[in-house]
Design a protein. Structure first.
Length: 367
């Protein structure tokens, strides 16, 4: 009920009371009985209207309180294509639900750090969040399949791997009290360095950014020095010399302005890690069916839109790196061979750790 409508009803009550008083004052003694009767009628109307106002006000408050608000935590800058996709997803949900569900995207690790987001969603501190799936490999090996070097090294292969992973990941998240909404791959990962490299031997002793189990293991295998640095801290780490080399996408290279600190980008297309968007199960179950459907439909649209954006960003990012003075070069045959050995070793190790689940996933992916 609008404030204007409520005010009009209140004015009507005042008029009713005033008219009752006029009847008592203006009517003669013989009319007092009739006036009394009229007054009682007005009083009954007043009580009815008062009750109506109270009921309508309560209903109005209930409608206002019916809007559900979610916080969605992300570790990436607002201008990153993943974050832009999240923002569009939130807008689509609010529009589809006529404002019943409002999702606020908290970018750039402003709500939780990258390493804290999944736990926050699982515990209900945030209703939803976006995480790099491969970063969760130490928790469960299947999470890390898309972070294995050279297993799925193109967009088509990445989609195949995602289709194989998804049912398993959905089941695991359900066990952990969460719902899988959608996932979008980053552009292929390459190597950024301050000095040129011709083989893996050139990475020996180099301060290598390790932001996931996979990147940490690569550092071990090429005998680089792993340094744990998340995306939001990367620019500062580069400026202070904490990091000398990193393996990440062209998109992150542009976002973090790696061209200000690095000179070379080797487009080795090692893998395409995925960001997945998850939601707390209790928060999702608290929604009515229509709102749940709207969320899932918006998520499906975000997944398709995000894939197209990732492909576009891959091309655009390399052009921007070049435009800002970075040399975007193809890896030498020796570097490719060295990295292939790293990939083979890591796949073998992963299969040993993941057991029957990992082998089933690999079989499904290669089918």
């Amino acid at each position: 009920m609008t404030a204007n409508y409520r005010n009009q009803l209140i004015k009507l009550l005042i008029i009713c009371r005033h008219l009752g008083n006029v009847l008592i004052t203006k009517c003669g003694l013989k009319s007092k009985v009739n006036a009394f009767i009229h007054l009682e009628i007005f009083n009954m109307k007043r009580k009815f209207l008062s009750a109506a106002i109270g009921l309508i006000a309560c209903l109005g408050m209930g409608a206002a309180q019916a809007q559900t608000k979610w916080d969605l935590a992300s570790a990436y800058p607002a201008n990153n294509f993943h974050t832009e996709n999240l923002t569009q997803f939130a807008t689509d949900v609010e529009k589809a639900t006529s404002g019943k569900l409002k999702i606020t995207v908290h970018a750039n690790a402003s709500l939780f750090k990258a390493t804290e987001i999944k736990r926050a969603v699982q515990g209900g501190q945030a209703q939803a969040g976006e995480v790099i799936q491969a970063n969760l490999q130490n928790e469960w090996q299947i999470y890390g399949a898309d972070g294995l070097p050279f297993l799925a090294d193109s967009y088509d292969e990445s989609v195949k791997l995602q289709n194989a992973q998804r049912p398993m990941v959905e089941k695991k998240l359900a066990e952990q009290g969460m719902v899988y909404l959608y996932a979008v791959a980053w552009p292929p990962q390459g190597i950024y360095t301050k000095k040129p490299i011709a083989s893996a031997a050139d990475l020996r002793g180099v301060k290598w950014r390790a932001y996931s189990p996979a990147t940490a293991r690569i550092a071990d295998l090429v005998k680089a020095q792993p340094v744990t640095v998340q995306a939001a801290e990367l620019s500062q780490a580069l400026a202070t010399g904490v990091v000398e080399a990193t393996m990440t996408s062209g998109a992150t290279g542009v976002d973090s302005k790696l061209y200000e600190h690095m000179k070379y980008y080797y487009d080795v297309q090692a893998w395409l890690p995925k960001n997945m968007v998850i939601v707390n199960r209790k928060a999702f179950d608290a929604l009515d069916k229509a709102t749940q459907t709207a969320v899932l439909q918006a998520a499906a649209a975000a997944e398709s839109r995000g894939l197209a954006a990732s492909k576009r960003v891959d091309t655009d990012s390399k052009a921007k790196l070049k435009a800002n003075g970075m040399q975007v070069v193809e890896a030498s045959a020796q570097l490719k061979a060295d990295l292939k050995k790293v990939g083979d070793t890591m796949l073998s190790e992963w299969l040993e750790k993941s057991g029957a689940e990992g082998q089933a996933l690999l079989n499904d992916y290669k089918r």
